[in-house]
Design a protein around this ligand. Sequence first.
Ligand code: AMP
Ligand code: ZN
Ligand code: ZN
Length: 426
Amino acid sequence: MRLPTFRAAWLASLLLLSACATDHPASATASSTHATAAPAPVLLISIDGMGAGYLGRGDTPRLDALAAGGVRAQWMNPSYPAVTFPNHYTLVTGLRPDRHGIVHNSMRDPELGLFRLSDAKATGDSRWWDQATPIWVTAEQHGRRTAIWAWPGSGAPIQGVRPSQYRLFDGQIPFSTRAAEVAGWLTGPLAQRPALAALYVEDVDEQGHGFGPGSPQVRAALQQVDAVLGSLFDTLQAHGQLERTNIVIVSDHGMAQVMPGQVIAVEDMVSVEEAAIVSAGQVIGVSPNLGFEAVLDQRLPGRHDHYACWRKGELPARWHYGSNARIPPIVCQMDEGWDALPAAHAAQRRQLGQVRGSHGYDPALASMQASFIAHGPAFRPGTVLPAFDNVDVYPLLAHLLQLPPEPNQGTLATLQPGLKEPVAAP
Ligand code: AMP
Ligand code: ZN
Ligand code: ZN
């Protein structure tokens, strides 16, 4: 738990600024102006499913140019489970999914019932999100405007607070429209400009699922997303905002290739009579039915063909997963390149017989590695950072926005070599 040190670091930097103002009366005005001047706006962009290996291979000239003029990580480690909602909430809270409570895209809470991405009532219900405080809530609580394009959680009034501007997720709205809207937010009337804007796109993830990470469809989606981002950067440039904005581009996870036929039926793992399956796919959440607890507790934990299972309290420590009440009693993890689906769905998949892609595998696998690029006045051009965990993005965002970070599990130390100004040691 690094909160006390970060709060201390933040307080120390404030104290340092006020000390300067006191010690050097002649420069007091400049110092206090500096202390009170709004920090550069932050633009946070998520390109869902953009594995670290997708960059620098000719499909993303604008992103690669941005990285060359700023910072990129060799890769970024996703948190467990390597799926969309848990990792997006980690990026904006600095907490592992076990701690922030979005433990899977599909989950069950003892009191709230079921959560599914397709259930707008659940995704907009703050009770699912209230175990953590995302950066936009902290910003709003400090009187700063935020404008969020469908980042997971942004449709709910978390701790009673919504972004000043937000758009609910709508897969029908093309990325170019979303990006143009965000560009408008960042270049609009000064009084309404957000301190933090966020943008989300799922096209690369979708093509990755449909055709596999090495497919021409993924390359085409990457090229399109890159071109749209290029236009967004050009708009910022035309308004003199590009070099003034701290841009942080991330993905939530990578994508693994799934060969035809590499699918099993969840009913072959556990019968409908024995348990409810809370999540399927790659991380199978098993909630034994009354009377079947003991038999499943005996049978499931351990190695099986194409997967392994654990009791929730006994998952590998490096996954930081297994204490939240929303995690079912038994969790099964599929091997890379294998999926577990309801029998009917698995049969369809076998018939389809084509290469596709999945994520949600062990975050330590190269295929799950996420991307990180940052550019702007805070960043040291031409820096390539060694890999770091995605919990570290939150303290970076808090630092860029000059906000006191909430309790979190990240560290700014990994990002420090990419920052122009040294940050007080944690
Ligand atoms: P995953 O199943 O982990 O690959 O999740 C990716 C999918 O999540 C995307 O293709 C979108 O359809 C969906 N998605 C992303 N953001 C949201 C959101 N804010 N609300 C609902 N669904 C979303
Ligand atoms: Zn995703
Ligand atoms: Zn996906």
